[in-house]
Design a protein around this ligand. Structure first.
Ligand code: SF4
Length: 361
């Protein structure tokens, strides 16, 4: 069993580590995932593709990211093209991926790379970290994958593989800080761009959270967790905190011609800069004047609530449905066809529920 807060030292020899890295890369050549932003050694992936994919992959699964990545590259094939785009267009193309601050930062970073670096990505993690939305993980990933730098790249998959391979039992999140040295010791001198991607694939395909398949794992020979009855106890997870639920209201006001009253949300904060239904109570931003608009309208309240989960809370939304009947809209509201507006997921759920009466999670 993993002990409490005690971390086993990586005690593997240089020869063991070199053999493990070599087995891992052989396995990656045979069984690694084919992903549209990837290239294989000795070719390196263009930094723009690594930048796009890594920003999209923060908190979003590979399967969900692929179609967005392909659409972005088709529409904005270069960093210059992305920098030239309007922020609203970028946000609408991002709609559905969530965590919209990533899209705003991606766009700002693209503009800075064009303005300050003539469209060329900096190669060192420290320079990359100076760009908006690029933290130590993403900087390491771009430096390693696009420039073959020996920068540590430690995402959730890699963290799990390393914790098991070395039997590191410090609970998360403190464990994260202890992984740089174990990562660097395992990193080979060659193929430093393929190495993190191989570890990521191993974590995604074999050393999975609940069912590590040690029998077919290329690291099995020297993996310390393999000796455990259940390697999935590593990494040791922190106690889960319950998320609070915030109650809110949204108004779906129709004009009788297929359009609904929308707002563009304030640039900063939750779903910033995106279109949405006027709402209040759930997002800590100044409320829209729903009561004033609803006065004199015959509004219907949907019996079930629309729920959506954000990083730190659940939103539980009461839906008010009404026909405008020629009423003037408050400042900042506008008429638009919701299906053509690039609504974020919560707003899509609200629209769908208002049209069908069905609530989807
Ligand atoms: S041997 Fe098992 S626990 Fe160790 S890295 Fe491979 S799959 Fe994970």
């Amino acid at each position: 069993m993993a002990g409490k807060g005690r971390s086993a030292r990586p005690e593997k020899t240089a020869a063991q580590l070199a053999a493990a890295a070599s087995h891992l890369l052989d396995w990656y050549d045979r069984a690694g995932r084919q992903l549209p932003w990837r290239r294989h050694w000795p070719e390196l992936a263009p930094p723009y593709l690594v930048f796009l994919s890594e920003l999209m992959l923060q908190q979003t699964s590979v399967t969900a990211v692929i179609p967005y990545f392909q659409a972005f590259v088709r529409r904005w094939p270069t960093i210059e093209a992305l920098a030239d785009a309007d922020q609203a267009e970028v946000l609408e193309a991002w709609a559905g991926l969530g965590y919209y601050a990533r899209a705003r930062n991606m766009h700002k970073a693209a503009r800075l790379i064009v303005a300050r670096h003539e469209g060329r990505f900096p190669e060192q993690p420290e320079q990359l970290c100076a760009l908006p939305g690029i933290g130590p993980y993403t900087a390491g990933a771009i430096a390693a994958i696009a420039f073959d730098q020996p920068a540590p790249v430690i995402d959730g998959n890699i963290e799990r593989v390393l914790a098991r391979f070395y039997h590191l039992d410090t609970p998360l999140p403190a464990l994260k800080k202890q992984l740089v040295t174990p990562y660097s010791r395992l990193l080979p001198d060659q193929r430093r761009s393929d190495f993190p991607q191989a570890l990521m694939d191993l974590g995604a395909l074999i050393c999975t959270p609940a069912r590590p398949d040690c029998a077919v794992c290329p690291l099995a020979r020297d993996c310390s967790a393999r000796q455990l009855a259940d390697p999935s106890i590593l990494p040791v997870k922190p106690a889960k905190k319950a998320k609070p639920t915030r109650q809110g209201r949204a108004l779906v006001l129709l004009d009788g011609q297929g359009r609904a009253a929308l707002i563009r949300r304030a640039g900063k904060g939750l779903l910033g800069g995106l279109p949405g239904f006027p709402s209040d109570g759930w997002d800590r931003s100044p409320p829209e004047p729903l009561d004033r608009i609803l006065e004199g309208l015959e509004a219907r309240i949907l019996p079930a609530k629309v729920r959506h989960t954000f990083t730190h809370f659940h939103a539980s939304m009461t839906l008010c449905l009404a026909e405008a009947g020629g009423a003037d809209l408050p400042a900042g509201w506008f008429w638009a066809v919701p299906e053509e507006t690039g609504l974020p997921s919560l707003m899509k759920k609200i629209w769908q529920a208002s049209q069908t009466g069905q609530i989807s999670d």
